[in-house]
Design a binder for this molecule. Structure first.
Ligand code: ASP
Length: 431
């Protein structure tokens, strides 16, 4: 029995936690009328402790995880100058597609209004920065003192400082070996800590779901369903409208031919929820599509580290969901801040399961939204993680094809099926 339980994956445990929490919450809402047992003991103590304890663990990870990950991500682009235009083009397309992804999410969520009806106003702690001017927002991105920004968890200045450190490490490379190593090992420590914290996710999710549904009953279901709908719609638009359009506009290649070969990579990413683990298969399929390894071996690992369009879509929808639930108007500056922070969060999100949920904290922080709302969507995040990872890896591949096309490093005969992929790029050394 215990052996069998051990075989259940963490993702499935999260699902079990979610379903059990949902059922227990509904039972409490409908059948337990004694307020002492229901509210005082369970909702306000046991579930509160388990749920908010887990949220606090996640919050604990945010600043160091994002900081190390941004520094290491940027510092690893050390070959930028050597690779020249490829590096610049790749990063440019990665950033633009991610910004587009968040924008789509924000538009969808403002139309569908997933957080409407989830009245969480009573818990509002902070004011949204809607009355802060654009100039203030830009100025506030420059840290007065990076250490106090780190200590206070002010994400935008932390990101800017991390970017600067990363760029300098990438430039100085040899001279700063020790510090480079320090950041890369720090990143490994934080990834390991994330893995350990995530083991508590099923309990945290159970408590958060039970707490939410004990208070809201079925009323909590509609907003959650709408939120799932928003994220899935955003992901579908990105994968099946935005990417094919980019492919056609920039390369005139046939997207159907792309998807026919690439669909297996999407399935693998879907079932594993990790862009990192999908790198080898992604490289393989791109070779089968005629893309030069010289390009893909640079762009795909980089994309798995810094390009997370699917994650950005989830974060855009989550921010709107929470803002609506708390009755907050983000204003234009708030929305632009969300776009910027979500793009940066995409750089800071490692390509492993659930990290998008942790970096979501920083997007919430950047506009002063209470992170408690993350508790509600956390229960169903595992399923969305599967879908968004499939989109994340598709974004990496589309960008790679565009960059390869622009650098004449894709064999169009192979892409179009006129030539076998075995005759790939051995003879091509320059692009
Ligand atoms: N699971 C995602 C990936 O690996 C990251 C995330 O959004 O949590 O691409």
């Amino acid at each position: 029995m215990i052996e069998r339980l051990k075989k259940i994956s963490l993702g499935n445990w999260m699902l079990i936690g979610m379903i059990l929490g949902f059922i227990v919450g509904l039972i409490l809402n409908f059948f337990v009328t004694n307020p002492f047992i229901k509210d005082i003991i369970l909702v306000n103590n046991v579930f509160y402790l388990g749920g908010n304890g887990f949220i606090k663990l996640m919050k604990m990870l945010v600043v160091p995880l994002v900081f190390f990950s941004i520094v290491v991500g940027v510092a690893s682009i050390s070959d930028i100058r050597k690779i020249g235009s490829i590096g610049g083009r790749t990063i440019g397309i990665y950033l633009i597609t991610t910004a587009l992804a968040v924008t789509i999410a924000l538009i969808i969520a403002s139309v569908i209004q997933p957080g409407d009806g989830l009245n969480m106003v009573g818990i509002v702690k902070a004011n949204v920065s809607s009355n802060v001017t654009a100039t203030d927002t830009i100025l506030n991105m420059i840290p007065d003192n990076p250490f106090s920004s780190l200590a206070n968890g002010d994400m935008l200045p932390v990101i800017i400082f991390g970017l600067l450190v990363g760029i300098i490490l990438a430039t100085l490379k040899e001279e700063t070996n020790v510090i480079n190593e320090f950041f890369s090992q720090g990143n490994t420590v934080m990834m390991e800590m994330t893995r350990i914290v995530m083991k508590f996710a099923p309990i945290g999710i159970f408590c958060l779901m039970a707490k939410t549904f004990a208070s809201l009953g079925f009323a909590g279901l509609i907003p959650l369903a709408k939120y799932i709908g928003c994220v899935l719609l955003g992901l579908a638009i990105q994968a099946f409208i935005v990417y094919p359009s980019l492919l056609v506009v920039f390369t005139r290649l046939n997207p159907i031919k792309f998807f026919k070969k690439f669909i297996s990579v999407m399935f693998f990413a879907f079932s594993s929820s990790t862009s990192n683990a999908t790198i080898p298969l992604n490289l393989e399929k791109l070779s089968e599509l005629g893309v030069s390894r010289e390009i893909s071996s640079f762009t795909i690992p980089l994309g798995a580290t810094i390009n997370m369009d699917g994650t950005a879509i989830m974060q855009g929808c989550a921010v709107m969901f929470a803002a609506q639930a708390y009755g907050m108007d983000l204003g234009m500056v708030g929305l632009l801040t969300v776009i910027f922070t979500a793009v940066m969060a995409s750089i800071g999100t490692a390509g492993v399961p659930s990290v998008g949920l942790i970096t979501l904290n920083m997007v919430f922080n950047s506009v002063g939204l209470p992170v408690d709302a993350i508790g509600i969507i956390m229960g169903i995040d595992h399923i969305l993680d599967m879908f968004r990872t499939a989109v994340n890896v598709t974004g990496d591949a589309i960008c790679t094809i565009i960059v390869s096309f622009k650098n004449k490093a894709i064999d169009l005969d192979i892409f179009n099926g006129a030539k076998a992929p075995s005759e790939t790029w051995d003879d091509i050394t320059e692009f």
